[in-house]
Ligand binder design. Structure first.
Ligand code: ZN
Length: 297
């Protein structure tokens, strides 16, 4: 075989592998072309906060100065976000690691008391590969949340396996960005479908405002003007509003809890609320609505 036919042969093999991958992906992802929202609703907007505080930085073994930035989220940022959402009568979803329930129990309780959904964000912001340990982590996180809030979480933002989440009574994950609308993810045979409420990194505060990891490259530094981010997110909202769609705004208390960003969110919410048909439910409300209106086939 000469080298050019070997190359063609290799391309054919690659193409076959890609086609198999695409078929597998299509079998596991079930798009909803449109969502039938409740009467009078044109768009559902989920405000979601990943209450990582210093935990993720600890997992990444970052130095003390960086841990302190995370702590701001638990001591100050989360309280500012709760106050902001309460002032607009918006119910947000706080994805909370189990360990954070131990570190900031008052904040978790206060958020739940205000009617915000407390959902799972893994025990220690990571999912163990060992299945026995994975289940143990998920149960510990569930128990920690239930102990503080009196409610078992039904949602997660995590890498937990879908089958385990369903077994443990979860109704949705909000982790993947495979679509703009809520959709189902299942096994390749269509079994074990679970709703995913997609977010996107373009609507994630950390992509715009995460600043100064020590030893990180210049291009990793992000310190954007909040006014500019407000316009980007407003344009994303308008695009989905026109389509009768969905927007999941992903925040972190240590990032969005900074004063100028709280002020920006306040302006953004005020603009959204001025339009008719804007629904601000929790993720659980969206997931339960979609399951009822568009059952998994
Ligand atoms: Zn996180």
């Amino acid at each position: 075989m000469d080298s050019s036919s070997e190359f063609t042969h290799e391309l054919d093999r690659d193409l076959a592998a890609l086609e198999a991958k695409a078929a597998d992906y299509a079998a596991r992802h079930h798009r909803l072309a449109t969502i039938a929202w409740p009467a009078g609703v044109r768009i559902a907007v989920n405000f979601t906060a990943d209450f990582d505080a210093m935990l993720l930085r600890r997992v990444l073994n970052e130095p003390p100065q960086q841990l302190a930035k995370g702590e701001f989220g638990g001591r100050v940022g989360i309280w500012r976000l709760i106050e902001l959402f309460d002032s607009h009568a918006i119910k947000a979803t706080i994805f909370t690691p189990g360990r954070i329930c131990e570190l900031y129990p008052q904040a978790v309780k206060a958020a739940a008391k205000s009617g915000h959904e407390i959902a799972d964000h893994m025990w220690e912001h990571q999912v163990p590969k060992d299945p026995v340990l994975e289940r143990d982590h998920l149960r510990k996180a569930k128990d920690a949340i239930e102990t503080l809030t009196g409610r078992r979480p039904v949602g997660t933002r995590s890498w937990h396996t879908r089958e385990l989440l369903i077994e443990e009574g979860f109704v949705y994950n909000s982790h993947d960005s495979a679509d703009a609308l809520p959709h189902y993810v299942s096994g390749a045979d269509g079994s074990g479908a679970l709703i995913n409420l997609p977010f996107h990194y373009a609507i994630d505060d950390a992509m715009f405002f995460s600043f100064a990891w020590l030893n990180s490259d210049n291009q990793a530094q992000r310190m954007m003007d909040p006014d500019h981010v407000e316009e980007i997110w407003w344009a994303a909202f308008q695009q989905q509003y026109a389509q009768g769609g969905y927007l999941n705004i992903c925040m972190h208390p240590f990032v969005s809890g900074r004063a100028l960003r709280i002020a920006m969110l306040d302006r953004l919410i005020t603009r959204m609320k001025a339009l008719p048909g804007v629904w601000f439910p929790t993720c659980e409300q969206v997931a339960r609505h979609v399951v009822a209106a568009h059952p998994a086939s």
